[in-house]
Design a protein around this ligand. Structure first.
Ligand code: FE
Length: 232
C-alpha cells in the first residue's frame, strides 16, 4: 500500500504549504511569475491545523507517519480515482446506465455501491466531439472525493483556480491537451453543494474491451477534464 515516492511528495507538500511555497508544486507555466494576481502567501487555516495535529500526534507517538502516508496514498491513488473510473467504464458499456448517470449522478453512483457525497450532489457532464467540460473550484478545492480521491495539489492551487476560468484553452494546453477552436469549452465551478465529474469520450479501438479493461484506461485527469482517455 505504501508508495515511497508518493509519501515523499506529500511530506514535501506539507512542508511547502507551511512556508507558502505552493507555487513550486503547480505545472510550470502556471507559476507566480507568469501572471500578476494575488497569491495565498499563507496556507489555509485547515492546512495549518492539520499539520499541527499531525506533528503533535507523531511527536507523542500516537500515530505512525508511515500509516498516515499509507492512508493518504490510498485516497489519492487507489480508492479514489478507481471508483470514478468504474463509473465511467460502466457508462461507456451500458447505455441505460449512462442515461441514469447523466440525469441523476448521485443515484447512479450510489447504485454502484460507492459512498454518497455527504449531502452534496454529484453532477456528471459528458465530453463529446463538440463539447469539452472542465472542472474547477474557484473558491477552494471542492472535489468529488468518493469518486476521485483527494484532489491533486494543482487543483487546489490559486493559479489553476483562476486561470481555468480566464484562459481554459491555455491551461489545457499546459496539460498537453489542444482543444480545437470549434469545440465549446464549458467550465463547471464546484461548490460545497455540487461536485462535478466529467464523463470523458471513449477512445476509438476499445470496442471489444470489458468494463474492467476500460476502467483501467480512465485517468483521474480525464474525469476532471484536463486530460483525454487514450486507448492504451
Ligand atoms: Fe471548494
Amino acid at each position: 500500500m505504501m508508495d515511497g515516492a508518493g509519501s515523499v511528495d506529500r511530506r514535501r507538500f506539507i512542508k511547502g504549504a507551511a512556508t507558502g511555497a505552493l507555487a513550486s508544486a503547480v505545472p510550470g507555466a502556471m507559476r507566480a511569475q507568469d501572471h500578476n494576481h494575488e497569491h495565498q502567501a499563507v496556507p489555509s487555516d485547515p492546512a495549518l491545523r492539520t499539520k499541527a495535529l499531525e506533528s503533535l500526534l507523531v511527536e507523542k507517538g500516537l500515530v505512525d507517519p508511515a500509516a498516515l502516508d499509507a492512508l493518504v496514498d490510498a485516497f489519492e491513488n487507489k480508492i479514489g480515482p478507481r471508483n470514478g473510473a468504474r463509473v465511467v467504464a460502466r457508462a461507456w458499456s451500458d447505455t441505460a446506465y449512462k442515461k441514469r448517470l447523466l440525469e441523476d449522478g448521485g443515484a447512479a453512483v450510489e447504485e454502484m455501491g460507492f459512498p454518497g457525497m455527504h449531502g452534496e450532489h454529484v453532477v456528471v457532464v459528458e465530453n463529446t466531439a463538440k463539447v469539452h467540460n472542465l472542472v474547477v473550484c474557484t473558491l477552494c478545492s471542492c472535489y468529488p472525493w468518493p469518486l476521485l480521491g483527494l484532489p491533486p495539489v494543482w487543483y487546489k492551487s490559486a493559479p489553476y483556480r483562476s486561470r481555468a476560468v480566464i484562459d481554459p484553452r491555455g491551461v489545457l494546453r499546459e496539460f498537453g491537451l489542444d482543444v480545437a477552436d470549434d469545440v465549446e469549452i464549458r467550465i463547471w465551478d464546484s461548490t460545497a453543494e455540487i461536485r462535478y465529474l466529467v464523463l470523458p469520450e471513449r477512445p476509438a479501438g476499445t470496442e471489444k474491451m470489458s468494463q474492467e479493461e476500460l476502467a483501467g484506461l480512465v485517468t483521474r485527469d480525464s474525469m476532471v477534464g484536463v486530460g483525454k482517455v487514450k486507448a492504451a
